[in-house]
Design a binder for this molecule. Sequence first.
Ligand code: PMH
Length: 373
Amino acid sequence: ADAIYRDTWADINLDAIAYNVEQIKQKLPQHSNVMAVVKADAYGHGGVEVARKALEAGASMLAVALLEEALLLRNANIKAPILVFGRVSPKDTPIAAEQDITLTFFQKDWIREVKDLTLTHPLKLHMKWDTGMGRVGIRTADELKEIVDELYGVQRISLTGIYTHFATADEPDLSYFEVQKTRFEQLLHVFNTIWKESVIIHVGNSAASIRFPENMYHYIRFGIAMYGLYPSEIVKREREIDLKPAFSLNSQLIHVKKIASGESVSYGATHVASKDEWIGTIPIGYADGWIRKLQGIDVLIDGKRMPVVGRICMDQTMIKMDGEYPIGTKVTLIGKQENEEIEIDEIAAHLETINYEIPCMITNRVPRLHKEK
Ligand SMILES: Cc1ncc(COP(=O)(O)O)c(CNc2conc2O)c1O
């Protein structure tokens, strides 16, 4: 790993990743396996390290969004099956076939273009069905029949899976989830009459697999919960599974000063001390993904909550402290200190977004240190 000089880093607890995989496996029936979703550099947790740990903990397949992400795992000598969710252009399918990377398809023309190529290795494909996510996938029985017709008798291209994705599995109201399930079952019935070879079937993300572990077919696509985050408030409240968060974010005080009443902090001089105040500075800013809207959020120093004051800069942030602390004092922006904790969910709420976005938005300028016992 590259040398680290700045005192700002993310601790990735790989034992938590393993724990979370074990928790869902205990809930799943024997015939359901775990596909670890490690796209976007494992939701910002470090793709290779998380993939290896998830496989060690019992996942038997990996999923990514891009061919580039799959190749990165193969280059790290990861041999497990990998599914790419996104559309890979036909011209790049030979690389996928060569590296034994399974691709997603859902367009008749795509198959026609791939059939015109000379593939030196078999190309494995999962077909995506859009039962209501409205993103990618075939939508009707006619489309299904037409695309299956393109596959008959084609050498070197093998359909090894079919899948769909739920738009509302994490919501209190499950009526649309039921609509999607029904549509999937209808398409599956048609598929079984026109395709006789066995395929892998997978439908569930974290929310669906946590809430309905019994009907997850052959694989679940385990993403956010593997990182110890609940997909939504309702799933967190239902507590059908215990999860341990894997991501924490830390820094250290690099400057400490006392300012008098009336003196200001940071650009725009927007924070004005109402009385004598101790101000700490830490080396993290919006170029690290610690964006300006996080002004006002609490961080932990000495096991206590202290607020970010003044405008967050590109590389530095100021904190109003309850007293003087030495340079080098650890500051926790996400995680625990003594009996206080700043959860990713709190940051997400402050930013009026979802927890998925937080670890993804912390840029690569913040090193990820992977720890395991
Ligand atoms: C096709 C597909 N399957 C499974 C998952 C895993 O979902 P989970 O993290 O809720 O378990 C995702 C995540 N996709 C996204 C997560 O956030 N935005 C997305 O597009 C996905 O796109």
